[in-house]
Design a protein around this ligand. Structure first.
Ligand SMILES: [Zn+2]
Length: 312
């Protein structure tokens, strides 16, 4: 499979799992657009990397596929570095516009997941069916519920490129968060995968990982993964808890005291809720021990009994 070809006016900044990819579009009027801005901890790095790509170009728009902390954490810093709200407008999925502008951390996911974000205000909401200009090209906004009920993806028919956010990765997709809260969303994720299949993209720029061209194979893996979760929702819940703990560990360059990590785990409302819903006879401490154990066995963490370090 040859490497996927991106339009010459589109660049991708890839940084692993703590910070989602940023897509930079170079506009014909000399300005630029950025789609997704990484985690707040990387905000200064995001500003520097985008600045290097833009040189003297003004950044006029920031667009978010969805408002998870690893996708919008650099919005505030990037906007501030490019002239503030008057010069650089932030556009978010329409379903989140009110929650963003009220900075309602309960409606947004930051409080539930005990993740961090820096507040910002959005100028506009983007709805499914809207056209979004990125890199001088006209992208269609498509609904991408499942991982996040308000998520959007952007498709450009001429190049066949899809910016998928966390709806489709080369190997899987993001945790189906509504399911963790008892709200059915596996069906929505299935519909989103079929919506992608119907678009027949030639290249996907995922929220994490490098752009890929073997879209059919990725869709096949995603369908199989979804089938396995539907057949065994506990497996998905276990996966979701591991992802949240791993994401927290990714924020620490140094080892974290095990007690502090356990306290963080116990204080994250979503983890407590998942524990109550899926393992009502098990304590949260036992869920923490089991989850950390699983991460260690997978080589994703190291626990010496006193401190826990990120691995892999
Ligand atoms: Zn996400």
């Amino acid at each position: 499979m040859p490497p996927p070809i991106l339009p010459p006016t589109v660049a991708v900044l890839e940084r692993g799992w703590l910070s989602a990819n940023s897509v930079v579009g170079f506009e014909p009027d000399g300005s630029a657009t950025v789609v997704d801005t990484g985690y707040v901890q990387h905000a200064a790095q995001t500003v520097a990397l985008v600045g290097e790509l833009l040189r003297a170009r003004p950044l006029r728009r920031i667009v978010n596929t969805h408002l998870h902390s690893d996708h919008c954490g650099g919005n505030a810093a990037l906007q501030a570095a490019h002239g503030g709200p008057a010069a650089c407008a932030i556009e978010v999925p329409a379903g989140e516009l009110d929650a963003v502008n009220a900075w309602d951390e309960d409606a947004l996911s930051f409080r539930a997941t005990a993740q961090r974000a820096a507040g910002f205000r959005a100028a506009r909401g983007i709805a499914a069916g809207d056209a979004v200009m990125i890199g001088g090209l006209r992208w269609q906004a498509h609904a991408a519920p499942g991982h996040d009920p308000h998520a959007l993806m952007f498709f450009e028919p001429g190049s066949g490129v899809l910016i998928s956010g966390d709806a489709l990765w080369q190997d899987g997709f993001g945790v189906i968060f509504p399911e963790l809260r008892g709200e059915p969303a596996f069906g929505a994720q299935r519909d989103t995968l079929e919506r992608i299949a119907a678009l027949r993209p030639r290249c996907v720029i995922p929220g994490h990982g490098e752009p890929f061209g073997d879209v059919d194979a990725a869709l096949q893996r995603a369908r199989q993964r979804l089938d396995a979760f539907v057949a065994d929702p506990l497996r998905h819940a276990r996966h979701g808890v591991r992802v949240l703990l791993k994401f927290h560990l990714l924020q620490h360059a140094d080892a974290v005291p095990r007690d502090a990590l356990r306290q963080w785990f116990a204080a994250a409302p979503l983890l407590a809720e998942v524990g109550r819903r899926y393992w009502p006879r098990q304590t949260l401490e036992a869920l923490f021990d089991e989850t950390l154990d699983a991460l260690c066995r997978a080589g994703a963490a190291h626990d010496d009994g006193r401190c826990v370090a990120n691995r892999g």
